[in-house]
Every structure is written in C-alpha cells, then in structure tokens.
Design a protein around this ligand. Structure first.
Ligand SMILES: [Fe+2]
Length: 424
C-alpha cells in the first residue's frame, strides 16, 4: 500500500572487443516482443487531414539535403529493455532509412526502416520522417551506439542504454515537466535543468506546442530540446494543444495506438492516456477497457499514470475534469495506481492522497505539472483535496528507490519548492 510519509519539503558494456574489419557483424539474438511491430504505420491523426503514406526505404535515394536532423530515440513498445526505435527528419526527397548500430562502439548491425511524408502540397514537397524499429533485437542493460541516415548523409554517432529486465532492479529516475506550449526558450531551460539530474527518461503530460498542426512549432520545440532525445526517451501524453494532429503522431513512435499505452521500466509500470479525444467512447469505454486489461496484468512494484487534464485541481482556470474523475479514478483506486501526473493548468499542484474521492493516507497522489513555459495561471482555490498549489514555472525529478518514491519539485532557479515521498 502507498502512503505519504512526509511532505515539504552500462554497464557500459565496454565496447565489444574491437571487431576485425573483415569480420561479419556480431549476430544479435532476437527476443519475441509482441508489443513491438516492424510495420511502420501511417501516422494519420484521428483529428483528420494530412494522412501520410509510408514508403519503404530506398537505400540509395537521396535528395539535395539528406543530412538527418531531429534524431530521437523512441520506445514504440511496452518493453524498452529489448526494443526501441529511431525517428529523424530529412528533406522530402531522401528515402534512405537506415540505422547502423551495435553494442559499445560497434556499428556493425544494419537495419532498414521506412519513412513517410505529410504536409505535402502542390507547392511544397512536405515533411519527411524516417523510422526504424528494433523489435526484440536489444539486450537488457546494455549500452549501444548508433547513427541514422545512409551513405548520402549520416548523423553523428549517439549512445543509449537499455534498462535491465523489468522487476530485476528497483530504482529509476524520471524528469517530469508539462505545458511548454510556445515558450521554447523556457522549455530549453527546463530540459537542461532536468538533464543535469541525469534521469533515465522523461515524461511530458501534454501541450508541448501551441498549435499541434503547425510543423514550425514542432521544429522549434525539437530545436529547444537539443540532442537530449538522441539518448533518452521522452514519453508524451497527448494534450488539447496537440489537436490530434498527424503532426503529433508523426513526431513520436509510441506503443499500441499511440494514444493510450503502457510500458515497463525496472520497478515502474507507466501508463499514458489521452483525455482530448475524437469521441466520448474513447473516454468512457475504450480507455477504461484498456486500463482494466492493462492493470490486470501489471505486477510492477510501482504504477504511475500520465495524462493531460487534471481530475483534481485547485486552479480557477480549468476546473477539475469530473468526467475523468468519475470514470478513470475508480479503476486507478482498484488497481494500485500510486501517482497520477497531469498538466493543462499552468502551475504546480499536489493533492492530498485520495481514494474514492475522499482523503485517504493510503490513496493516490495527483500532481499537476504545467509549468514548462506556458503562461502561468495565478488563481487558485482551496478545495479539500489540495495540498499544494503554486503558480510557478518548475520541473519535477521523481526517483523510485525500492519502497520509496521521492518527488523533488524545483523552480527554474533550481530552488526546491516542494518535496514529498510516497511509500509502498
Ligand atoms: Fe492543455
């Protein structure tokens, strides 16, 4: 059981031995990962428009500007210890979609993927995103090097480390921030501040950009993010400012239908949901069904859920989403969810622990983290469930260590503005 106990406050698999040039690439054992598919789906957002058709890789086809940019590591799978993926942009004419990768410094494995174009008009060739997935090809607890592109233009080499098998270790550190919207300079600061704590990965509960249908906003967001996402994964939830746009689904390669999904990392089962949807059934039928099924199979020590709109907020701007509270919270209560991470209101908030819409020392802590750059919402009330409500730009470092999860919330001058622990 969880309980708030206080408040306030690779194996660098050293490179495989140097491989002789004439030696073939090291064979990589493939482990079944049913959550990972080699099939690259067309990222057509349910919001409509800009449907993109996937194109198989053409290794020797290059445009005038084939150098990869916006290279990012992804988890298109619920099993990041054995699977991963890579996305990057090039000019629209470049079709080569290749990743060279290997353990340590080796780049001896070659995997082809595919690409897709969206935003094409008679006067504009469109935006091309390339995607390669390694499904079950990775070894847990191993550091890899990789580069993407093709002979016409390679990215520089980056590294990433897979986690050990779920449940085999009991600590993880996560950087959490939400609602950067158009404030890309602030977002760049938040990323740098979080990265200074060297988290294992990031969670972002929605509203990265102001207008999710505008590619230049995504370009600004990635430019502000820098190279961090080449080595560490950011797990997003869809926010209302992403507009269910094809652009959003094109930026990320996520498990399942990319709107509601889960993954396992060490001691943590992380669920990401979508509360800005195209139909009521998505809220009242499909995601409850997903949650029931997903949580029935969950044997992780810890369970966090992230989605955009808060069920419990003291802000006078957006009120608490009572439909979500009535529909999803009972499932959280019945299935051992520990912490819920939301955004949407531009402030920092923490609830008292709650079960069954009432205070309960063993209940769920609901966090609102909407302070990564969007205009702050100053007004707050004092409802029974509010423990902290602070309109301030901030970020959160959450560290799970065995039976304790510690959340440290800092402003952008790096002052601690809240700290609390949850225990099991
Ligand atoms: Fe929002």
């Amino acid at each position: 059981m969880r309980r708030i106990v206080c408040s306030l406050a690779a194996l660098l698999l050293t490179a495989c031995p140097t491989v002789e040039e004439e030696e073939p690439p090291t064979p990589v054992p493939s482990v079944e990962d049913p959550s990972c598919s080699d099939e690259i789906l067309s990222p057509s957002g349910p919001g409509g428009g800009l449907a993109a058709e996937p194109v198989e890789a053409h290794a020797e086809t290059y445009g005038a500007d084939p150098d990869p940019f916006q290279v990012r590591l992804q988890w298109p799978t619920s099993q990041p210890h054995i699977s991963g993926g890579f996305l990057w942009r090039t000019d629209a004419e470049t079709l080569a979609s290749t990743v060279e990768w290997g353990v340590g410094d080796d780049l001896g494995n070659v995997t082809e993927g595919s690409s897709f174009v969206y935003g094409k008009t008679d006067a504009f060739a469109g935006y091309r995103v390339h995607e390669v997935r390694l499904c079950g090809d990775l070894t847990p607890g191993t550091t890899y090097s990789y580069r993407v592109g093709g002979a016409g233009g390679w990215s520089s080499v980056a590294q990433f480390t897979t986690p050990a098998e779920p449940g085999s270790f009991d600590s993880v550190t996560i950087g959490i921030a939400g609602d950067s919207r158009g404030a890309y300079t602030t977002w760049a600061s938040v990323v740098a501040l979080m990265e200074a704590h060297d988290p294992d990965f990031y969670v972002f509960p929605g509203d990265m950009v102001d207008l999710g249908v505008v590619q230049s906003e995504w370009d600004s967001w990635f430019e502000a993010t820098g190279d961090v996402l080449r080595s560490k994964v950011l797990v997003p939830s869809h926010g209302n400012h992403e507009f269910l746009a094809t652009h959003y689904f094109a930026q990320f390669s996520l498990p399942g239908n990319e709107q509601w999904f889960s993954l396992d990392y060490g001691p943590l089962h992380l669920i990401s949901l979508n509360d800005t949807v195209s139909g009521d059934n998505d809220i009242e039928v499909f995601q409850p069904n997903f949650l029931e099924t997903d949580l029935a199979d969950n044997d992780s020590a810890w369970t966090f859920v992230a989605h955009h709109q808060p069920m419990y907020t003291a802000s006078t701007n957006h009120s608490s989403n009572e439909t979500l509270r009535d529909t999803w919270s009972p499932i959280y209560d019945a299935n051992g969810v520990d912490v819920v991470i939301n955004g949407h209101n531009h402030l920092y908030e923490r609830s008292v622990p709650i079960t069954g819409d009432a205070p309960d020392d063993d209940g769920i802590t609901y966090i609102v983290t909407g302070g990564a750059g969007a205009p702050l919402y100053e007004g707050t009330d004092t409802p029974w469930y509010s423990a902290v409500a602070n309109p301030i730009e901030h970020y959160i470092i959450a560290t799970i260590t065995g039976p304790t999860a510690t959340f440290v919330v800092r402003d952008l001058d790096d002052n601690v503005i809240d700290e609390f622990t949850v225990t099991r």
